[in-house]
Design a protein around this ligand. Structure first.
Ligand code: VGL
Ligand code: ZN
Length: 222
């Protein structure tokens, strides 16, 4: 593990807490192994006051969402299908808007969060990234407005944590870098859906210009 320190200039730094919802935690419909292990450390980080902006995402799907295997007769979760010309992973029903499984985990200090972006609200658009949807039927990805929000708040660096490392955290980090932010994945504050994905995720993040760091490296810039 790298022990060098990462300085966080509070005014310009945002923390993005991705999808800390019951359905992605043990007992939930799309449970990520050890997802609960990151809740307390993320709460601690949110309380350290290192970041000028703390934002979060909340996966928020209609019951007829195209990403649910239940809406594709004969298909099962974790199979992929061709959808609008791209490959879509099918998931168990999760984070149905307004359901208990979609609720944000109560163990986090949500009063510190300035903005919660809900994503995946339209039937035909999945949205792993906090910044824009996956490809939709018209071949485009729709922006959520998050990049504009962060720019107007004069943010230059985005630190990401939450679930899942190999889907929503990865895609959000790649888009953060592509939108021109310095992007940092807080590796120890994420967990993957697929534990075999770690080296591929690290490669993809490096390729996208995203830094992988550990929360113990963070310190306030002097
Ligand atoms: C996620 C799969 C489906 C995630 C959301 O939060 O990583 N993964 N929807
Ligand atoms: Zn989802």
């Amino acid at each position: 593990m790298c022990s060098s320190q990462v300085s966080v200039a509070r005014r310009e730094a945002a923390l993005l807490v991705v999808d800390l919802q019951h359905d992605f935690l043990p007992g939930g419909s799309l449970a990520v192994t050890e997802g609960d292990a990151i809740v307390a450390p993320i709460a601690k980080l949110m309380n350290r006051d290192l970041f000028g902006v703390v934002a979060a995402t909340q996966d928020w799907h209609p019951r007829d969402h195209a990403s649910f295997a239940s809406n594709h007769p004969g298909r099962r979760p974790l199979e992929t299908v061709e959808l609008f010309g791209y490959r879509q992973m099918l998931w168990p029903e999760h984070c149905v808007a307004g359901s208990a499984g979609a609720a944000l985990h109560p163990g986090l200090p949500w009063e510190r969060v300035a903005l919660v972006i809900r994503k995946g609200m339209e039937r035909e658009y999945d949205s792993y990234s906090a910044f824009r949807s996956n490809l939709g039927p018209d071949g485009t990805r729709k922006t959520t407005g998050l990049a504009g929000y962060l720019r107007e708040r004069a943010v230059s660096g985005v630190f990401l944590c939450g679930l899942a490392r190999d889907y929503c955290v990865r895609w959000s980090a790649e888009d953060a870098a592509q939108a021109g932010f310095r992007a940092f994945v807080l590796w120890d504050l994420t967990r993957p859906v697929d534990p075999g994905s770690d080296s591929a995720v690290r490669d993809a993040l490096a390729q996208a210009g995203v830094a992988v760091v550990f929360s113990e490296q963070l310190r306030a810039a002097s």
